[in-house]
Each structure stands twice: as C-alpha cells, then as structure tokens.
Design a protein around this ligand. Structure first.
Ligand code: SF4
Ligand code: MG
Length: 326
C-alpha cells in the first residue's frame, strides 16, 4: 500500500564556502493518515532539513537534493512544478514552526491571515471566511475568539500565538501536518497543553502528524512511531512502545538516559559526551563512534547498515541485536 507521505533515501548537500556539508545521507520515513511520527535528534541532525525538503522550501544556504524521493499519495514531489508544490503546501502538507512570532505577519490581524487563505483558495466571501476563522480559533481553544480574531500577533501570548499558528495551518484541512519544535519556546505547562491539543486534533481529523523535536520527553505520550536522527542519518526507527522499553541504538539509549525521570528523582542525569559532528567532516564508519560508549574497532572503519529488529524496527548499529537486549 502507498503511504500518505513517503520520504526515501534522501540526500541533501549544502555547498558552502568551507566545502560540501552532507546534511542528509539517505533519510527515509513515512507517515499515514491518523498516525503520529516523531522525528528526534539534536540540532544539526537533519530533522528540519528533511521537513524543508518535503515542503519544497529548502533554500538556505545553497542546498541541493542530490538523490532520493518525496512522495505524497504516490506523487513524486521532488519533480513537481513550483506551482504544484505551492498547491501541496497550501492544501496537502502544512507546517508549523517553533517561532510563531516570526511565522505570523505582524502587520495583519490573526484573523486576516487565516481568512486570506480561505478567500484565495476556497473562494469564501469575507463574512464566510471570518466565521470560519472564528471557528478555527475556537477549535484551538483561544478564548473570546470573536474578539481575538481582530487582534494582531503581538497581542497574543507565546502559547496563544502557537495556537493561532495551528489554527492557520488547519484552515485548508491538510492531510499531513509537520510541527517543527512547536513547543520549544514555551514554558513546560503550556508545552503540555499545546502537545495535547495537537494530539487531539490529529486524532479527530485523522491527519498524519510529524513531530520534530530534540526532546524525547515531549513526544513520549503522543508518538506512534519514532525515528531517531544523527548526523543526517536515521539511526533508529521503531514503534514508540518498543523504543521506550528497549532502545535498539546506543544513541537512543543515551538520549533516554539524559531524560529526567519521576521515578529517579534526585539522581544526576547523564549527558552525552562530546558534540555532534561537523557535517563538513562526518566521522568515518559509524558517525556516532567518537561519542559511543560501546564503540569497537570496526565502528570507525565500517558504516553500519540498518539491522532489522523485528516488528519493522531497524537500528543502524553493528551491535544492534545486543543493544536491544540491554
Ligand atoms: Fe556505537 Fe559502533 Fe553501534 Fe556506532 S556501530 S552506535 S559506534 S556500537
Ligand atoms: Mg531545527
């Protein structure tokens, strides 16, 4: 069966003055209707770049897709015209960003920004579009939607702006919603509220939801499947339950050890030693080997392929089977 959205073997390079940064090195994932996929990784792991390639908004710095495929309902988007890309962006796959303030236009009211799409793309009248905008603000639980629809983004709190951006992204009923660190700028309580809201809307509308995050804790309760990225590759892909029960890759295991746990209050959290590699000089063999507590000689020489661990799980580690057994 064709997946709703499918990314396959995606390679992206940034051609910079300092050389070629290999930002994505064979990334693949898929999401279906009614499903939440979390894409987890540190900054620079390629999670946002993958999303930008899916959206067709990959432009800074000079970025080139050198190989791979992005299919929406089986249609190859990497070969589609700019007009078709715009159409898919408007109606098929929507994206919300970490920083709602810079994603919303400060000179227009929140209502206007929602209504404009409805008038342009759906041919609604001013009055119809206003009524729909109020419904959407209600849906994302912005109180007093009738009044607030007339306000400007700066009159909204951070959490309310993020809600407004979600409302805007839902205006044209996308089938897939990509949320790139949607709660990072918010305090913990508001984070949880926004995450609950996204999960609820995703269920009700049976959207495919791709949640991009550096924080495993944020997605623990809402993700069906998780892909873990490192240095422009997917190092682990698993259903959320199995991954939490027994991580299949040393990097995932390290991320989990760095999570605060209620049952271990007071114990020091472990951090992962070292830094993610420069994408201009990705380490030989397994890119995680300079930081990996399990690394052996083979790791610096041979790039590990994806090892199947059953139930559709994979891990790109030479010792995946031992790692998953704990
Ligand atoms: Fe660690 Fe080696 Fe596995 Fe890479 S292949 S994650 S270095 S054990
Ligand atoms: Mg990012």
């Amino acid at each position: 069966m064709t997946a709703l959205l499918e990314v396959e073997d995606l390679h992206v390079e940034f051609r910079t003055r300092d050389g070629v940064a290999r930002v994505l090195n064979g990334v693949g994932y898929h999401v279906d209707a009614g499903e939440t996929l979390a894409v987890l990784g540190e900054s620079g792991s390629g999670k946002s770049v993958t999303a930008q390639a899916v959206m067709g908004i990959l432009d800074t710095p000079p970025a080139f897709v050198t190989r791979g495929s992005v299919r929406f309902h089986g249609e190859e988007l990497l070969k589609a015209s700019e007009e078709r890309r715009r159409e898919v962006r408007a109606e098929g796959i929507a994206m919300i960003f970490q920083d709602a303030l810079s994603a919303l236009n400060p000179v227009f009211t929140v209502g206007f920004q929602i209504e404009e799409q409805l008038r342009l793309r759906r041919g609604l009248s001013r009055a119809e579009a206003r009524a729909r905008a109020i419904e959407l603000l209600d849906l994302v639980r912005i109180p007093h939607a009738k009044q607030r629809v007339r306000e400007y983004p700066h009159q909204f709190s951070g959490g309310m702006r993020q809600r407004a951006m979600i409302a805007m992204s839902l205006a044209l009923d996308p089938e897939v919603l990509i949320a790139d660190e949607p709660t990072t700028a918010l305090d913990v309580t508001v984070q949880a509220q926004i995450m609950d809201l996204l999960a609820e809307i995703q269920r009700e509308r049976r959207m495919g939801l791709i949640l991009i995050t550096h924080d495993l804790g944020v997605v623990a309760e809402v993700a069906d499947r998780i892909v873990v990225m490192y240095a422009g590759r997917i190092v682990e892909h698993a259903d959320a339950l199995s991954l939490f029960r027994s991580p299949g890759h040393p990097y995932t295991a390290a991320l989990m050890r760095s999570l605060p746990r209620v049952d271990l209050k007071g114990t020091a959290l472990e951090t992962i030693k070292g830094l993610p590699p420069s994408l201009l000089r990705i380490p030989s063999g397994c890119p995680f080997h300079p930081r990996c507590p399990r690394a052996e000689d083979v790791c610096s020489r041979v790039v590990p392929g994806a090892v199947g661990l059953g139930l559709g799980r994979t891990s790109a580690c030479h010792f995946a089977e031992e790692v998953v057994r704990g």
